[in-house]
Design a protein around this ligand. Sequence first.
Ligand code: AMP
Length: 408
Amino acid sequence: MIHFEDLKFFQPILRALAEKGYEHPTDIQEQAMPHILSGKDLLGIAQTGTGKTAAFALPILQHLSEEPSSRQTLLPRALILTPTRELALQTLANLKHYGKYLPLKFGAVFGGVNEKPQIRELKEGLDVLVATPGRLLDLYHRKLFSLKGIRFCVLDEADRMLDMGFLPDVRKIMKELPSKRQTLLFSATLPEEVEALVHQFLNDPVRVEITPPATAAETVEQHVIFVPKMQKQELLQHILSCGCCEKVLVFSKTKYGADKIGRYLRKNDIPNCVLHGDKSQKERQKSLKHFQDGDVHILIATDVASRGIDISDISHVINFDLPDEPESYIHRIGRTGRAGKTGVTFSFCDALEKRLLRAIEKKMQDRIPVLSAKEFWEDFVPVEVPKKEPSKQEKRRFYKAKHKRTHR
Ligand code: AMP
């Protein structure tokens, strides 16, 4: 097992890592850092929770410390593009920790908040800029800063940027960067569009792959619970009241659904926070902090809002609805079972979601064990799902077909 010292990091970086309690590099760090330190472009297939932020941040800090600062010219030298403001803030916090003993300045720009403090920071000069694509382009087009000094560029969670429709913006930004630069791209999965991005913007990259998505769930105990849609809220209430869950992240497919679950639980004296894209930045940060600090044990979130959240001790992930994309399931369950700890997930599946379950199992190349709702709710009896009344059009079609059959 190697140590950070073996990678020849500067003393101020090693000191900050020791303070964070990091002893050994994680797999992605061990594999990616030597290449990044040697100046190669890199494609990292890894999801959040693997330590990928430090995998790119530490070598970039090392490179920046080796080069003379250009802050006098107000040009940022490293750009880290992230899909969400939460991830931008988290990456910034990590950089500040790792670089606390280095004479470097870090800042972030992202939408949904007042731009003035961000513009002020840019004008004062930054070494590393963390940004979401939309706000970055907006400020760039208004000529509030230049990208001419960028020597290092990271595209973090590229597959999520694709999902969120940011790739056109990302391409525009990449075209503005100097061609002499080091580019790193991290993605949990590698859809075609992301692969195209790699071909277009990375120069002969080294490929490092950690825990391919199909096996991402090794430290997570997964269960599926079949339950009619109309009984999901009650089942959730029973699970949360059983006393077995310490810190629970509940996923809802929609913002409306997340609010509804939150209201239902509160009505039943189960305190919780709700996190989704319609909440203001302030509310989102407040919810996250309450959950992080353990003031509230249940966080209900949508996929996008929860993306990249780094809360290390989530004991349970509950999928109130199954996601449409099998990849999202893998991201969701990856919120628990982090840093070697075991996590537990319960996925509620109603009749209409069975096809989504099949797609997830196909992607994982494994079956998810079924658990009976009775484990949590003794009197559980699945209600009969009433058959939908056929529409007039369907009735007409049916009678026409029958008529044809009987008169043939
Ligand atoms: P990330 O995948 O970058 O979101 O990191 C996941 C978590 O692992 C974060 O809480 C990091 O602080 C933590 N972490 C990263 N590298 C190490 C390391 N070498 N040793 C222990 N924890 C780490």
